[in-house]
Write a protein that binds this ligand. Structure first.
Ligand code: MLT
Length: 261
């Protein structure tokens, strides 16, 4: 892991491979490790750059809510540190919100977008209240709150036991403070429909056929916003399609990346 100090946080990030830079932004409440099948299969072909977002994994956060803009600025600082002018920016769920924030903040750095098991709308009032309630519960009782509430929804019924165990451990090992800050940050995110609609580059939208958190309807909405968007559904996968259907996921992503240039 490499380390960078940026805006009150100590950021750790993984780098693997060479070639077209692919920035991978992880979902909530996971870490950069949640891209292990992509590191294994794609690092021989592309340059993977994978941060632990502030407050997750080995990265320490600040005291403020971890907004999607903060994650995006951190990722841009990592690209700056590596002298990477443009990258394909990919994000899973919360990572997708951050990818859209990065596209709004600095569209010139985004060669193409990959939006995985995510959505473009903002939280409604009830959704924001639920985030705050969960943030308080996590601060009081720890990560067990998220293990219990999220494990049944994150993975589809066919997810292999070793994937289930690794995801559960990643959640349990994360810091309650970091998770609470990200819950509050997600509640602050704006609607991103305009970002998708105005993006001039190619967009790949990927969704697990059994995703119950951001189902296919969310992916169809994203793909319908931009004529350059392409939708890929991954059979047998839930919300973490890159872990649950890694071979189909990697093949679809690699084919699409190879067609970019
Ligand atoms: C995620 O997987 O990152 C979360 O489910 C996103 C969210 O809570 O909106």
């Amino acid at each position: 892991m490499s380390v960078l100090r940026h805006q009150g946080a100590t950021l750790h990030y993984r780098e693997a491979g060479q070639g077209l830079p692919l920035l991978l932004l992880h979902g909530f409440p996971l870490t950069s490790d949640s891209f292990w099948p992509q590191v294994e299969a794609l690092s021989g072909k592309f340059r993977l750059i994978i941060p632990d977002h502030r407050g997750f994994g080995e990265s320490e956060g600040g005291d403020q809510p971890t907004t999607m803009d903060a994650i995006a600025w951190d990722a841009l600082a990592i690209l700056d540190a590596l002298a990477v002018p443009t990258a394909v920016v990919a994000g899973v769920s919360m990572g997708g919100y951050a990818a859209l924030a990065l596209t709004r903040l600095d569209p010139g750095r985004v060669k193409a977008l990959v939006l995985i098991d995510t959505q473009v709308g903002a939280d409604d009032t009830a959704g924001k209240a639920k985030r705050e309630e969960t943030a308080k519960a996590v601060e009081q009782k720890g990560m067990a709150v998220l293990v219990e509430s999220m494990m049944p929804k994150l993975l589809g019924p066919g997810a292999p036991p070793e994937v289930r165990a690794r995801v559960e451990k990643a959640i349990a090992d994360n810091s309650p403070k970091g998770a609470a800050a990200a819950l509050r940050g997600m509640a602050l995110r704006p609607d991103s429909r305009e970002i998708v609609a105005r993006f001039a580059g190619p967009i790949l939208v990927m969704v697990g056929a059994e995703d119950v958190i951001t189902p296919r309807a969310n992916a169809e909405e994203i793909a319908g916003l931009n004529a350059r968007a392409q939708l890929v559904e991954l059979p047998g996968a839930g919300h973490l399609s890159n872990l649950e259907a890694p071979e189909a996921f990697n093949r679809a992503l690699e084919d699409w990346l190879n067609r970019l240039s």
